[in-house]
Write a protein that binds this ligand. Structure first.
Ligand code: AMP
Ligand code: ZN
Length: 114
């Protein structure tokens, strides 16, 4: 079994609250939500972070954005808007080393970053 927690979630070995799914990506609710809607979109292949993405893997980023659109749709926040966040490395507090996109919305978010 993979030691990666998100690979285990994708495999169904760790339970998750599924929001949407495509051939290339999986979306599930964040266990520690920072907004009324807080969903994680992860590629089904293991990529450590955005900084590790190779040219051959580059299309998974588009797949993740397309699934994020569907997440926004089914979560009812496509009109009101949402924030996509991708943390990379220690200064960004990346805590799970499997590429993931945070989809945040459902309220007026802070008007600044960082
Ligand atoms: P990051 O800090 O950008 O690496 O984001 C990792 C996110 O994964 C955090 O927001 C955690 O709350 C979330 N997380 C960690 N374990 C789980 C889990 N088992 N199910 C759902 N979300 C998780
Ligand atoms: Zn993984």
């Amino acid at each position: 079994m993979s030691e990666c927690i998100f690979c285990q979630i994708i495999a169904g070995d760790i339970p998750s609250n599924r929001v949407a799914e495509s051939d290339a990506a999986y979306a599930f609710t964040d266990i520690n939500p920072h907004a009324p809607v807080h969903v994680l979109v992860v590629p089904k292949i293991h990529v450590e972070s955005a900084d590790h993405l190779t040219t051959e893997q580059a299309s998974v980023m588009g797949d993740m954005i397309l699934l994020a659109q569907e997440v926004a749709d089914v979560s009812g926040i496509r009109e009101s808007g949402y924030r996509l966040i991708m943390n990379v490395g220690p200064d960004a507090w990346m805590s799970v080393p499997h590429l993931h996109l945070h989809v945040l919305g459902g309220q007026r978010l802070a008007g600044h970053l960082g």
